[in-house]
Design a protein around this ligand. Structure first.
Ligand code: URA
Length: 440
């Protein structure tokens, strides 16, 4: 077999075999196939998209390029959640301790923030002492004792994806649904899970801008999961404004704790309860979504979910007192109030602009080597549809550096739209894609 013949075949739109795809992925991972050939193949996939079967073969080849966790000795169903990323999305921190209160275990391998979106690991690391660099052994131990384990992506998990993704990033081949689906699912299937709930976001703050594209991606993800023998379900959710009211690493820890204490903003509670409900359903801890949501509410009301969160923080070496008082979390030195320039209704909050403003302020990174400031961020006081008077506070910026504040204000000035008419309210959860409706 030769890589050039496989690339030629794909360029002509022919269907590749399992062996051909495996040959490419294996050869590339083992440095036998050079980057220029893999780049050409990836570009061919953008113009002559992979069929579902080819995408499944690609996912399997990428999955088997590394370690696959085996949690068969843990006597619970293993369920994870994956979000395609957004602004203010801290649901992982809320739902994992909720679901772990029942007969389900959550092995969660999370990522870092890049560009305008945040990452779970950065949020967790804002808790003083919190160590996300667990060995596989520690990860398994946490899963056994707490039914909940969190860690970062390692070189061992789907290394083919890490190598291919780095190439896609610089060859304009990221935006291709089969390639995205194979990339996400190869990493998730390596977690040794029985089921997966996906949160596929669309809108200004999301990877996919259009509902149609997010729905299409959700269908591919569910089909791959189900074809791999995992119960898989996807919500397609609105990311046209940030989720919740707090954006920034330690601020998002605060808001997650607030929700676990039975407080917090409506949209974040709705999504967290629904995701938890579906995870409990896939984990066979209940027999309907309604029951799952009710169990999630009970875990919050009883304080058990908060205790799980606190135990998880302790297990990772973090300061567990953050649950009792936010004074133990890093906080910014200064605040700046961003005011409404006129009265009316908040017609839109561009989540991408807020995400970019947060990144510039120090919450995120433009390149993987940038150092983040855990204490800075935004507190939103108004959301889409809220009435505002001129000079009402739309948002508070928590900052440490005047220059960064000024740069983030440039982005922020684009973010709010004030309209005369109240905008039509849009559901946060737009679609649920399951096995029964994931076929094209
Ligand atoms: N996230 C991933 O993990 N992979 C992609 O290809 C795109 C987004």
């Amino acid at each position: 077999m030769r890589a050039v013949d496989i690339i030629q075949k794909k360029k002509e739109g022919s269907v590749l075999s399992k062996e051909e795809i495996s040959f490419l992925v294996k050869g590339f991972t083992q440095n036998q196939i050079p980057e220029y050939q893999m780049s050409a193949f990836l570009m061919a996939c953008c113009f002559k998209p992979l069929s579902f079967k080819e995408t499944l073969f690609l996912t399997e080849s990428m999955l088997h390029s590394g370690k696959i966790f085996d949690f068969s000795d843990i006597p619970f169903r293993k369920i994870d959640k994956h979000s395609t990323g957004g602004v203010g999305d801290k649901t992982s921190l809320i739902i994992a301790p909720i679901v772990a209160c029942y007969t389900v275990a959550i092995p969660m391998i999370s990522g870092r923030g890049l560009g305008h979106t945040g990452g779970t690991l950065d949020k967790l690391e804002s808790i003083p002492g919190f160590n996300v660099h667990l060995t596989s052994g520690e990860f398994i131990q946490n899963l056994k004792t707490l039914q909940l384990a969190m860690m970062g992506q390692t070189q061992e998990i789907a290394p083919a994806d890490a190598k291919m993704y780095a190439l896609r990033d610089v060859t304009a081949t990221v935006e291709c649904i089969p390639l995205i689906a194979a990339s996400i699912m190869s990493k998730k299937l390596a977690e040794g899970i029985d089921g997966l709930v996906l949160d596929v976001k669309f809108g200004s703050g999301a990877f996919m801008q259009k509902l149609k594209d997010a729905t299409e991606l959700a269908k591919w993800l569910v089909r791959i999961g189900e074809s791999s023998g995992k119960k898989t379900l996807a919500l397609v959710t609105n990311m046209n404004q940030p989720l919740g009211n707090k954006i920034g690493n330690s601020l998002e820890i605060e808001e997650s704790i607030e929700v676990l204490k039975g407080q917090g903003p409506k949209d974040l509670i709705e999504l967290s309860l629904t995701l938890s409900g579906y995870m409990l359903l896939l984990g066979n801890a209940c027999s309907s979504l309604k029951e799952g949501i009710s169990l999630a509410q009970k875990a919050i009301a009883s304080g058990k979910a908060l205790q799980k969160f606190q135990a998880m923080v302790k297990n990772h070496g973090g300061d567990e007192r953050v649950v009792e008082s936010f004074k133990y979390l890093p906080s910014a030195k200064y605040t700046f109030k961003f005011l409404a320039s006129k009265g009316g209704f908040v017609g839109g909050i561009n989540a991408r602009s807020i995400g970019k403003a947060a990144s510039v302020l120090g919450c995120g990174r433009e390149t993987v080597t940038d150092v983040i400031d855990p204490s800075v961020g935004f507190i939103l006081h108004k959301k889409v549809g809220d009435k505002v008077q001129k000079n009402d506070i739309l948002l508070t910026t928590c900052y440490n550096d005047e220059k960064k504040l000024a740069a983030s204000m440039v982005e922020l000035s684009q973010a709010f739209e004030i309209t005369l008419k109240k905008p039509l309210s849009q559901p946060l959860i737009q679609k649920v894609i399951a096995k029964s409706n994931c076929q094209k």
